[in-house]
Design a protein around this ligand. Sequence first.
Ligand code: TYM
Length: 327
Amino acid sequence: MRILTGIQPTNNLHIGNLFGALIPATKLQEEHELFMMVADYHAITTLKDPKRLTENTLFTAAAYLSAGIDPARTTLFVQSSVAAHTELAWILQTIARMGEANRMTQFKDKSQTGAEKAPVGLFTYPMLMAADILLYGTEGVPVGEDQKQHVELTRDLAERFNRDFGETFLIPEPIIQSNGARIKSLTEPEKKMSKSAPSAKSYILLTDEEDMLAKKIRGAVTDSEREITLDDERKGLLNLITIFSLCTEYTKEEVSERYQHSGMKVFKDDLVMALNQYLAPIRMNMQEYSDDRAGLLEVLQTGNEAAEMIANQYLKTTRERIGILRP
Ligand code: TYM
């Protein structure tokens, strides 16, 4: 099965990106054909700093490698390097309906300051994402819960295109983890952990060192109850138990049973230790990969070429199907 996913290089990556998409992708590459993309054309809908865009693009690729993406078996590439993405995105914009695009909750969230001032690209972004997915005959898309709606839109667009112009695209499925698909903010546990959150205390970055992890976890909002229990209503605690289970292989039930009577302090201290043990090797790799700029560029160039060959083939068929003349 072909799998594709991507992360926007808007900022440093956080553990929501890691547990929701990146780690699942590293596991999927063992049995499937994986396309792992740095979604830089998505990032420019919000990031307007050229230097940071370049650096973050390299940094995101380094994060993929550090978490275990293996370029020998996976195609690691940069979205903007394959021109077919924006071309198919345009075609899909002529297929998608305003009503559909209007229903995308992420646009509503991200344009909170007012849709009037939001870039048009933020509105049409799901069609670019659909193009990313459809250009590779992708069947599975590992993403966090917040991207599920975009994959569903992709399915609808593919089905409509196939119906109107003949079988062209495979219909992709979102692959959502049962644990880790929605890591919450540490400071406002009813919201998801997000790179664009105003407070840096609300997220944990892949690069956070132990003392920073300790500060953030100790400051994480929980509640005044003493016992550690698994309770959907105790959102802050549930989030910490989830993170604990993700970085240890214990189930959430095992974590809560183990710490039931230990008190919040011991629980949080052990979580810091477990999280640090989990992130330390990734942090170290990150340093190494980031220092080897030439090596990173070479991996990306190879990936870009491989991706382009496949994407161009799909684009060619799509153009033919809709009657585009190439004299
Ligand atoms: P982005 O860059 O916002 O997030 C990257 C991935 O991380 C997941 N994620 C989370 N998972 C769990 N808990 C969280 N708090 C959390 N926050 C983010 C996201 O669901 C995502 O899987 N449009 C996409 C990037 C993209 C893409 C694609 C993904 C572009 N083209 C094609 C898949 C296929 C985005 O903005 O993700």
